[in-house]
Design a protein around this ligand. Structure first.
Ligand SMILES: [Zn+2]
Length: 139
């Protein structure tokens, strides 16, 4: 089914309360509390709501921010960017292009020898698939 048409009630049944708060209500988990901020396992990070491959362990790096950080996405088409001026800050929000789930924000203080970008993502928005080869996701 078209995941963009799912109702809040449907998502509430499928997601944990923490995932719902972040993915559907644009919440943010506390720094250094998420499942993946310090994870170095190989694999592909999928959207926790719909399974779309979003990031891989190849582009993950330790930004020291307390959230999983990536300098690039699997495919730019899998992620939607939009201006977010909530809380008096001008930021660029990133969400899953497939289901519209909130992922986090992208900043321009990433590794300068790479893309210069830092995709700062909530662990609760991600599900690490260790059975999928990062190279496979990028085809
Ligand atoms: Zn999704």
């Amino acid at each position: 089914m078209d995941t963009k048409k799912k109702t809040g009630e449907q998502w509430r049944r499928e997601l944990t309360p923490e995932q719902y708060r972040i993915l559907r209500e644009k919440g943010t988990e506390r720094a250094f509390t998420g499942t993946y901020y310090d994870t170095k396992d190989q694999g592909v990070y999928r959207c926790a709501a719909c399974g779309t491959p979003l990031f891989t362990s190849d582009e993950k790096y330790d930004s020291g921010s307390g959230w999983p950080s990536f300098y690039d996405a699997v495919d730019k088409g899998n992620i939607t960017l939009h201006e977010d001026s909530s809380g008096g800050m001008s930021r660029v929000e990133i969400s899953c292009a497939t289901c519209g789930g909130h992922l986090g924000h992208v900043f321009e203080d990433g590794p300068r020898d790479k893309t210069g970008l830092r995709y700062c993502v909530n662990s609760a928005s991600l599900s690490l698939d260790t059975g999928m080869d990062p190279a496979e996701a990028k085809k």
